[in-house]
Design a protein around this ligand. Structure first.
Ligand code: ZN
Length: 339
């Protein structure tokens, strides 16, 4: 019997000890779990019912303040801007085609920088009343069209292009003359012309100085994207201020084949815009009036126009880009540079 009693006693002591261990274990586990819960859920939602109103308010305000601070400290989202630059709009040069292109942008609600050659072989923008009136009206009424200057007379001199290598005084004279004519026609409708686009993508430092002195704010030529291409603007200058001018060089040519004027397919344009905006923050797409014409005649190539509309639709449909003119981009860029 004694043996049985001892066994019973021992077994009851052992059960008690087990129970104690289980209870302590349960307490430890619940403590660990509750501290983990608090760590993972810093919102204190489950605790609010135990807080006084003041404590609750303090915690809520604290959380709101913290959240606000986080939002203001967040870096701004990278710019994904697409700019269309239409070159070679000129007095008495393919007026029907130029008009159709501009109207396409208006229909789609996409901004366009229209780069005008002020002097086409002696015919100036003052002589082409129809073109001037049309552009004045749509630029003023839509707010989507920017009037820019594309060189002076688009002549290729032996020094290379219209400006490169020519004396500073000569460059300044023709740049001032072009701006004077364009401002005369457009400035009371759209404000002064502020974008200068280089003909033949050929310029030198005197061109930059002359453009600045003539009152331009934006300088646009072609970005040198690879060591082997004929772009002249180094990437460090592109989308940055240099000599007081914002450099916004075209970095994508809408045309795939320069002899047939075949356009890039819509998906190629979309992919390139993604790549260029990722690289530079802005994708400047350049094209010319004649590229949507019927073999340089003043008739629109309707197949190309449809393809072109598909390009615009695909970029708009992607919902990833912001479309701007060079001058509207400049306003934002200069505000960011001088906060
Ligand atoms: Zn040109």
């Amino acid at each position: 019997m004694d043996v049985i009693k001892v066994i019973l006693k021992t077994s009851s002591t052992s059960n008690m000890a087990k129970s104690v261990v289980i209870v302590i274990g349960a307490i430890i586990i619940s403590l660990v779990l509750s501290s983990l819960y608090t760590t993972l859920n810093p919102t204190y939602v489950t605790r609010t019912e135990y807080l006084t109103l003041t404590e609750y308010r303090t915690q809520t305000e604290y959380r709101t303040l913290t959240e606000t601070t986080t939002i203001t400290r967040k870096p701004p989202p990278p710019s994904r801007t697409v700019i269309f630059r239409l070159d070679d709009v000129a007095p008495r040069f393919l007026p029907t085609v130029a008009r159709e292109i501009v109207e396409t942008f208006l229909r789609k609600g996409v901004p366009l920088t229209v780069a005008i050659v002020p002097n086409n072989r002696g015919i100036t923008i003052l002589d082409d009343v129809e073109l001037s009136l049309f552009l004045r009206t749509v630029a003023k009424n839509s707010g989507l069209i920017e009037i820019a200057m594309h060189g002076w007379n688009h002549t290729e001199y032996p020094t290379g292009g219209e400006f490169k290598g020519r004396p500073f005084e000569d460059q300044l004279y023709y740049i001032l003359e072009g701006k004077r004519l364009l401002d005369h026609v457009f400035s009371n409708a759209t404000g002064p012309v502020v974008t200068f686009t280089v003909t033949y993508n050929l310029y030198d430092e005197n061109t930059v100085k002359a453009a600045k002195q003539a009152g331009f704010k934006i300088f646009s030529s072609k970005l040198k994207q690879h060591w082997w291409d004929n772009g002249v603007t180094p990437p460090t200058r592109h989308n940055n201020f240099h000599e007081g001018l914002l450099f916004l060089d075209w970095n994508f040519y809408l045309i795939k084949d320069e002899t047939t004027f075949e356009l890039h397919a819509a998906n190629e344009v979309l992919e390139t815009c993604r790549l260029r905006t990722a690289l530079y923050g802005v994708c400047v797409i350049m094209f010319h009036v004649q590229e949507l014409s019927m073999n340089w005649q003043d008739r629109v190539d309707l197949d190309k126009l449809r393809k072109f509309e598909a390009i615009l639709d695909s970029l708009l449909g992607a919902g990833e880009f912001e479309f701007m003119t060079m001058s509207s981009y400049y306003l934002r860029r200069s505000a960011a540079a001088n906060p």
